[in-house]
Write a protein that binds this ligand. Structure first.
Ligand code: GDP
Ligand code: IMO
Ligand code: MG
Length: 425
């Protein structure tokens, strides 16, 4: 059973990229299974900082094979940019180590324009998307009008398909949204070049995955987004358009569930969310502001300030159950240092009474009042500590309380953004 699935336990940006970077040491291959360049995964290695959106974070480890799976949506221009960025940092991006599924879907300028138009039309009810064209690309996939990455093997046919899709989208942009049409010719040369550049990476990723598994190799599936942004398990419509939970790895890459022996969920020691939708423990005060500043809580993809709040154990327990989590990685514990008291939501008060499970209804979740357990904080810096027993007693208690409330063991605690700033238990 050689597969580890790494998922976000909250609303994204939990630190999956840096955890994938650790787990890379124990893996032979790493695959992204869902989403697109709405993801922003940061890996810091000394003075070098990698911001990855499409390529698995493991790429910076020379021994790893990297896979972009079928359930992804890929903006070819952004992927080329990312490959160039990696080349600039001295990373090997040859087509013998990166495999792109020909069955992923292509994000076109039409999708990006439609994403923006839809968000503007929703006004105050907007989702707060990353405006990367994710929703429209997955809509086209579900409508069966999407463009497969496999088409890039024939750049002429590919740009014809992109052009036709832009013409179609222009009717919607003009007639429904009352906007200016987009000029298809603006980006055609870039799409043509991107297709030529990416075609050598198109491989049968199902065969690549199974050849690895047959050879007893270990595969790490690097999730994007988080459980509460999952299209089926988050608070619809304030979700992304893909399966960010463990099942997404299985459908996105094509193997059986018995292959999975580890489900690692990443959670911050508090909560953040970027974009709109329910966030029961959000803090609209100076404590929230402090978490944002000390934790540098600004989006990797869009630069937007993240909404910040206390750890929500109701939501975390939900993530543990929905994904069958076998271990938790708790990130950003260092950000809580210096606070007098800490709070963890253990239940919600609702008009129907107190509940300890996450309501599925979006409007109802917006109305809940969190019930907090208060824990004493710690005043000392913890970023240089590497052993659990060296942590201040109150920090140890906080971690132990998180695992008891979440119902899963915390195997690693991260105490800073650098590769070595971790406490392995
Ligand atoms: P991802 O989308 O889940 O990969 O997470 P992001 O990379 O978008 O956001 C996580 C941010 O937190 C990045 O800037 C990381 O460098 C940073 N980070 C990760 N772990 C820690 C930690 O333990 N402490 C601190 N202070 N920063 C961390
Ligand atoms: P990583 O992988 C945080 C959020 C957006 C918005 C909603 C829908 O870095 O954790 P979309 O553009 O997907 O249609 O937006 O989902 N969102 C993320 N938030 N981290 C991400 O990815 C996200 N990907 C999407 O902010 O609320
Ligand atoms: Mg991110």
């Amino acid at each position: 059973m050689p597969v580890t699935v790494l998922i976000g336990a909250q609303w994204g940006d939990e630190g999956k990229g840096r955890v994938a970077d650790w787990l890379a040491e124990q893996s032979d291959a790493m695959a992204r299974y869902a989403g697109g360049d709405n993801a922003g995964h940061t890996v810091r290695v000394g003075a070098r900082r990698f911001g990855l959106h499409l390529v698995p974070s493991g790429i910076i480890h020379p021994h790893l094979t990297c896979i972009l799976g079928s359930a992804m949506v890929i903006n070819p221009l952004r992927l080329v940019e990312e490959l160039d960025m990696l080349v600039g940092q001295g990373v090997d991006v040859s087509s013998t180590r990166i495999h792109i599924s020909p069955r992923a879907h292509v994000i076109t300028p039409a999708h990006i324009a439609l994403d923006g138009a839809s968000e503007r039309a929703l006004g105050s009810g907007s989702i707060g998307t990353t405006q990367r064209g994710i929703g429209p690309a997955y809509s086209a996939k579900a409508e069966r009008t999407g463009i497969l990455t496999g088409m890039m093997a024939d750049p002429d046919a590919f740009v014809d398909a992109v052009r036709a899709q832009i013409e179609q989208a222009n009717r919607v942009l003009v007639d429904i949204y009352g906007l200016e049409p987009i000029d298809a010719e603006d980006s055609m040369a870039q799409y043509y070049e991107a297709a030529q550049r990416l075609a050598p990476y198109l491989h049968n990723t199902t065969e690549v995955v199974h050849a690895l598994l047959d050879a007893g190799k270990r595969l790490l599936c690097e999730g994007a987004q988080g459980t509460l942004l999952d299209i089926d398990h988050g608070h619809y419509p304030f979700v992304t358009s893909s399966s960010a939970t463990v099942g997404g790895a299985i459908t996105g890459l094509g193997f059986g569930p018995q292959e999975v022996d580890r489900v690692v969920a990443v959670s911050k020691a508090y909560c953040t969310r970027v974009g709109n939708g329910p966030f029961p423990t959000e803090l609209d005060d100076e404590v929230g502001q402090r978490l944002r500043e000390v934790g540098s809580e600004y989006g990797t993809t869009t630069g937007r300030p993240r909404r910040c709040g206390w750890l929500d154990a109701v939501a975390l327990r939900y993530a543990v159950r929905v994904n069958g989590v076998t271990e938790l990685v708790l990130t950003k514990l260092d950000v809580l240092s210096g606070m007098d008291t800490l709070h963890i939501a253990t239940a919600y008060d609702t008009p129907q009474g107190r509940v300890t499970t996450l309501p599925l209804d979006t409007a109802a979740t917006d109305e809940v009042v969190p019930v907090y357990e208060t824990l004493p904080g710690w005043q000392t810096e913890i970023t240089r500590l590497r052993r659990f027993r060296d942590l201040p007693t109150n920090a140890q208690r906080y971690v132990e309380r998180v695992e008891a409330l979440a119902g899963a063991p915390v195997s690693v605690i991260s105490v800073g953004p650098e590769r070595e700033q971790a406490i392995v238990r």
